[in-house]
Ligand binder design. Structure first.
Ligand code: NAD
Length: 378
């Protein structure tokens, strides 16, 4: 059973799909692991550490993937990288297949099977494989630290001989995995934190972290599988109206609201930003999927009325050592679940395997991706 780990080539991507500890675990399970030389350098794991854990080193992607039953990555390959993958291999990573149609088509032509952890069902058996949650933990933590760094005020309250400094007021919109981590981090730094989510279940989680839950008198649609469902345009308009006063009273707004497979809901308008105190900061974690703030641009800072809006891009990659370590554990657990008697034999009757499969024997088996390809053709 042969496994290859390739370097990430997307600009700014510093994570790696396996770390030395996980190589050792896989090797002890009888897996032969080959690493493309230098693949771990962006996350501070050098080749010698991989070698000592039992990995073989290969000079380039093509020789690393040669003969591999499975290839592990973080990001989807570029079309050029697809050329390096041998037909019949299985590619596993954290891909968004319905927005990466060209690569999916190329992989299908090359007869590469594909699984994405982005599609993992949120059932308890899959928790150890949940890369979306592990990477969201990094995002939420980093978003709160960024806000504290950018804000021209202290987060904690200080009582000094030069006077008393009031604590910063932080509002977190969307209290899922990233939002809860942002709340916990901002609380540890001493800020006063309020948070809101459309899922009623999040109230208890928010309060258990010492933050207060923002009450909005609107009835929400609950989704399935622990996710929120998309709300109507009327709901979102009413929500914006009610959130406006909360935004205006905050020094920091961290937005993390998302609906799987859809554009992020618009929660903060430019009028709301106008009403924020000068020097305030908005960190929009959802910037890459359309943005929760009307003004955010993924990967850059926009200054509007003395408020800085940071649209984050690939935030998990900015803390690559731990992001990779967590991801490596998730992907190793997923991969090991596909082995039977030491051989690579994914069980397609298993909900986890069938839900995450995008390509099988040249066929697109993930319905939304198939639909997107069909729409492109017609
Ligand atoms: N294995 C499991 O059982 C498992 C694993 C992970 C997460 N979960 C559950 O799923 C929840 C959500 O996960 P996630 O963080 O990946 O979600 P996500 O990244 O898809 O969304 C982030 C948050 O945005 C919220 N949101 C969506 N629309 C909104 C709106 N208009 N206004 C305010 N908030 C809005 C969602 O409710 C969610 O909490 C978690 O908090 C957890 O309870 C379960």
């Amino acid at each position: 059973m042969k496994l290859a780990v390739l370097s990430e080539t997307r600009p700014g991507e510093r994570r790696v799909a396996l770390v030395p500890d996980m190589v050792a675990k896989l090797v002890s399970a009888g897996v032969e692991v080959t690493l493309q030389q230098g693949a771990g350098l962006g996350s501070y794991f050098d080749d010698s550490a991989f070698h000592e854990s039992g990995a073989r080193l290969a000079p380039d992607a093509k020789s690393a993937a040669d003969g591999a039953d499975a290839v592990l990555k973080v990001q989807a390959p570029t079309p050029a990288e697809v050329e390096t993958l041998p037909g019949g291999t299985t590619l596993i990573g954290l891909f968004q297949p319905s927005s990466q149609i060209e690569v999916v088509k190329k992989l299908a032509e090359s007869r590469v099977d594909m699984f994405s952890l982005d599609l993992l069902p949120r059932i308890s058996r899959a928790q150890g494989m949940d890369a979306l949650s592990s990477q969201a933990t990094v995002q939420g933590y980093k978003a709160a630290l960024m806000a504290a760094d950018m804000l021209p005020r202290f987060f904690p309250m200080f009582m000094t001989a030069a006077g008393t400094v009031p604590p910063a007021k932080v509002l977190v919109l969307g209290a899922g995995v990233a939002g809860l981590q942002a709340i916990a981090t901002a609380r540890r730094l001493g800020a006063v934190v309020r948070a809101y989510d459309v899922r009623a279940a999040s109230r208890q989680e928010v309060e258990s972290l010492g933050a207060s839950f923002v009450e909005i008198a609107l009835e929400t649609k609950e989704g399935a599988g622990g996710y929120a469902s998309a709300q109507s345009e009327e709901f979102l308009a009413a929500q914006r109206e009610l959130i406006g006063a909360q935004v205006a009273a905050s020094d920091v707004v961290i937005t993390t609201a998302a609906i799987p497979g859809r554009a992020a809901p618009l929660l903060v308008t430019s009028e709301m930003v106008d009403a924020m105190p000068a020097g305030s900061v908005i960190i929009d974690i959802a910037a890459e999927s359309g943005g929760n703030c009307e003004l955010s641009q993924p990967g850059s800072d926009v200054v509007h009325h003395n408020v800085t809006i940071r649209g984050t891009a690939n935030l998990a990659s900015s803390m690559p050592t731990h992001a990779s370590a967590l991801y490596a554990r998730n992907i190793s657990n997923f991969f090991l679940a596909m082995l039977k008697d030491g051989e690579f034999k994914p069980d397609f009757d298993d909900e986890i395997i069938s839900a995450t499969c995008v390509l099988r024997s040249g066929e697109v088996v993930h319905p939304p991706t198939r639909e997107r390809i069909h729409q492109d053709v017609t």
